[in-house]
Write a protein that binds this ligand. Structure first.
Ligand code: HEM
Length: 104
């Protein structure tokens, strides 16, 4: 009886994951201080906030040392400036970046 229950629970988990609920709900919240600390300078990670989500751009060449075009820097919320970019918010999908946290 116990064994059967376990298998059912597993099936439930798989079902939820495939709907995308599990991954979305598991995202932690990031504070403004944490975001600011990850500015890409001096070996720090480079995090940017965009439309309510935080992305790690440390491995994106165009964000080297936390610096981007038009004065954009890591450790900040870019949501109000993304309209100034030629690529738009879809760039995170193009680069296959997954959100690491929710912000603010
Ligand atoms: C999550 C945020 C962002 C990521 C991951 C990102 C990434 C990139 C990448 C990979 C490129 C080179 C390839 C391409 O042009 O598509 C690029 C170009 C560019 N980005 Fe962004 N970007 C972000 C946000 C922004 C924002 C907020 C601005 C606002 C000004 C901006 C301005 C630009 C400009 C002007 C270029 C083109 C430079 C040129 O080739 O002339 N980006 N970005």
């Amino acid at each position: 009886m116990k064994k059967g229950f376990k298998i059912l629970s597993l099936a439930g988990l798989v079902g939820f994951s495939s709907l995308g609920f599990a991954a979305e709900a598991a995202l932690p919240h990031m504070s403004a201080a944490q975001l600011k600390a990850n500015d890409g300078k001096k070996g720090h990670k480079a995090y940017v906030a965009l439309n309510g989500k935080v992305y790690d751009v440390s491995k994106v060449d165009e964000w080297k040392d936390g610096k981007h075009y038009k004065g954009m820097v890591a450790g900040t919320d870019l949501s109000s400036n993304i309209h100034l970019s030629p690529h738009g918010a879809g760039i995170v999908n193009d680069l296959n970046l997954k959100p690491i946290a929710v912000y603010p």
